[in-house]
Design a protein around this ligand. Structure first.
Ligand code: 13P
Length: 349
């Protein structure tokens, strides 16, 4: 193959994978909680904090009947991509067998940003080229890197936004070089008393900086997916805006900040209830249907998993009931992606 053609191969691969992940009606399932995060959720429900329990929970998820009707891709954690189902198949293979594309969380977590109290920068660029090659060999076709931005009276600083945007762009460039689709996740946290408008301003600022850095690093927009927060009032804010107001604020922000060449936007849930996350995604798709240049879908962890985890509680006897709850949440979000979710879908459950 000529040198020029060789250089095109990863670019074609990432564009095709990004499109496959955004295939009509489906979304992503984040099941890539780090061990401390997964253990925190297990501990709250009295589930043993062991590698085997984490493996068993993830096996329950990937063997949920009908999951692939709503889920195009699932994001795994390093521990999980190295584990196997009881029948001996590695997780990436089990996902591929049902038509779900395997992804992998590759950041090393958000650490305190020197000189900037209260702010974090996500680490993990050192050695990333080699780790991406290893994950690709294990069957991963896309990756995820989460940056975290906090809001308070003085935050975020320009330094915090710049450091995180730079790291996201460097990560994205390395992913595309390896033939993996980067999911670019700048999460503006819900924690705080701020109003919706302040979240809108910060989210816009962050997205402008992220896309500027992606441009500087020559990342191919057609071969990445954006995983943003919805534009929401702080959890402790007195004014909790309506579903339609959240939908309008989120889309007004994203339509201005996200280039049309990006194939898809897949929201994180960030601690919203499962029902609210579905209702808000639904309102966005319903109200903006004819104006969206990109697919608008979900990449939820808690808003898909939490109701099922609360049913499972680590007990094999509860597995079927938990799988039904997972399948239901995935189906609700699939409907929300089409603007066809109604609250009545949740009443009977
Ligand atoms: P939540 O949907 O629980 O916010 O998780 C999404 C995610 O992948 C965070 O990185």
């Amino acid at each position: 193959m000529a040198k020029m053609e060789q250089a095109l191969v990863p670019r074609q691969a990432v564009v095709q994978t990004a499109q496959a992940l955004m295939v009509d009606g489906k979304g992503l399932l984040a099941m890539d909680e780090s061990n401390p995060t997964c253990n925190r959720r297990f501990a709250a429900l009295g589930i043993a904090l062991t590698a085997e329990k984490r493996r068993a929970w993830r096996e329950l998820i990937v063997t949920t009947p009908g999951l692939a009707d709503s889920i195009s891709g699932a994001i795994l954690f390093d521990e999980t991509i190295r584990q196997h189902l009881q029948d001996g198949r590695p997780f990436a293979r089990a996902l591929a067998d049902v038509g779900i594309i395997a992804g992998i969380k590759v950041d090393a977590g958000a650490k305190a940003l020197a000189g900037h109290a209260g702010e974090k920068v996500t680490e993990g660029l050192d050695g990333l080229r080699e780790r991406l090659a290893a994950y690709a060999a294990m069957g991963a076709r896309f990756a995820k890197w989460r940056a975290v931005i906090s809001i308070d009276a003085a935050l975020p600083s320009a330094a915090g936004i710049a450091a995180n945007a730079h790291a996201l762009a460097r990560y994205a460039a390395l992913c595309q070089e390896a033939g993996l689709v980067p999911i670019v996740e700048p999460e503006v946290l819900m924690t705080g008393e701020h109003m919706l408008q302040r979240c809108a301003e910060v989210t816009a600022q962050v997205l402008h900086e992220v896309f500027a850095q992606l441009h500087v690093q020559q990342v191919l927009l057609e071969g990445l997916l954006l995983k943003p927060n919805m534009v929401l009032p702080g959890l402790a804010c007195d004014v909790q805006d309506s579903v339609d107001e959240v939908a309008d604020a989120s889309l007004n922000c994203l339509l201005r900040a996200v280039p049309a060449a990006v194939p898809g936007i897949a929201f994180l849930s960030g601690g919203q209830s499962a029902e609210l996350a579905s209702a808000r995604l639904n309102a966005m798709n319903r109200r903006f249907k004819t104006r969206l240049p990109w697919a608008l879908t979900f990449s939820f962890s808690r808003a898909i998993q939490q109701p099922a985890l609360e049913l499972w509680r680590g007990e094999p006897a509860n597995a079927q009931q938990a799988q039904r709850a997972l399948q239901h949440r995935a189906a609700c979000n699939r409907a929300a992606r089409r603007g066809e979710y109604t609250a009545s879908m949740d009443v009977a459950v």
